[in-house]
Design a protein around this ligand. Structure first.
Ligand SMILES: Nc1ncnc2c1ncn2[C@@H]1O[C@H](COP(=O)(O)OP(=O)(O)O)[C@@H](O)[C@H]1O
Ligand SMILES: [Mg+2]
Length: 286
């Protein structure tokens, strides 16, 4: 089923128990980028945001953490109206929402451990011992414990993503925003990162928004997806239903991803495997 949010009324946006609600948001720079877009994320849920390059996916994530302001519309994180927060409250919000930026955004001159420590010092009052404990835990979670003293330049692309992810989870957020977490990685590394995202959800119960133009990644990590096209949310629903869409743009988009039934079934099997981990402490086969 196709949902054109621009035609939906406010009452149709689910309200109860939502962690995040983006309501009728529009943004234009020199041209309209997002047009009346609404999305919602429940506690512990993973939502994929799909769409071609330049359709406003990164802009949408930046709006959620208040790095950009919408021209119209509202964004609620729990009960807070993000569009009305002062800088201090925004800083506090950013301790609750992890953000894995497209380029990992690590400081090149600092080791992985120092990068995490810089972030923790900036956002918390924790003593050095307590910070170190959190850093070690976060790096272990992404299986990067041995890279604590390495510089970003000494890491592979996949390891840099993991280091960025460790920084995003070190403050134990309830929501993580992933901007193209698998872009630029080879397929094997990409799928290991996708599995790691799943684990964040299964083991820690963290809700996520995963922005990607990679359908296999979306299938691995998410149940529900929103597709952006020319600034509009042209689809909102289960990923499986993307394939049955009668919308020409969506059919072309899905067709171009070369995601056949066999591959989809394999990805779903992986997802079930990771979901079965639920709070266990065994290492995944990455
Ligand atoms: N801070 C900004 N100032 C002006 N234009 C911007 C800014 N951020 C993004 N844009 C423009 O908004 C559009 C959407 O960008 P973006 O959200 O990065 O797309 P993508 O879907 O690839 O992540 C692009 O045309 C981009 O040039
Ligand atoms: Mg982007």
């Amino acid at each position: 089923m196709i949902h054109l949010f621009k035609h939906e009324t406010k009452e149709e946006t689910p309200k109860g128990g939502m962690l995040l609600r983006v309501e009728h948001v529009s943004v234009a720079f020199d041209h309209p980028v997002l047009r009346d877009v609404s999305i919602h994320v429940a506690h512990g849920e993973t939502l994929a945001i799909l769409g071609k390059s330049g359709t406003g996916k990164s802009v949408l994530l930046k709006l959620i953490v208040g790095l950009l302001d919408p021209d119209k519309g509202k964004i609620f994180y729990k009960d807070k109206d993000v569009t009305n927060l002062k800088e201090e409250a925004l800083m506090e919000l950013r301790t609750q929402i992890g953000f894995l930026f497209q380029g990992s955004a690590l400081f090149d001159s600092m080791t992985v451990g120092q990068n995490l420590d810089f972030f923790l010092s900036k956002h918390t009052e924790l003593e050095p011992d307590a910070r170190e404990k959190k850093i070690v835990e976060a790096l272990d979670m992404v299986q990067l414990g041995r890279a604590i003293d390495k510089l970003p330049s000494e890491l592979s692309g996949g390891m840099r993503k993991r280091a960025g992810l460790a920084r995003s989870i070190v403050l134990e957020p309830e929501l993580i925003l992933y901007d193209e977490p698998t872009t630029g990685l080879d397929p094997l590394t990409a799928s290991s990162i996708a599995e790691l995202i799943l684990e964040m959800q299964s083991r820690l119960g963290i809700a996520s928004i995963v922005v990607t133009h990679d359908l296999p990644t979306a299938f691995t990590v998410a149940d529900r997806a929103v597709v952006l096209n020319e600034g509009y949310a042209v689809f909102e629903g289960r990923l499986e239903d993307l394939h049955d869409s009668s919308d020409e743009f969506l059919r072309e988009y899905v067709g171009a991803s070369h995601l056949d039934r066999a591959r989809r079934e394999k990805l779903l099997a992986t997802k079930q495997w990771a979901q079965g981990l639920q709070h266990k402490t065994v290492a995944p086969p990455i």
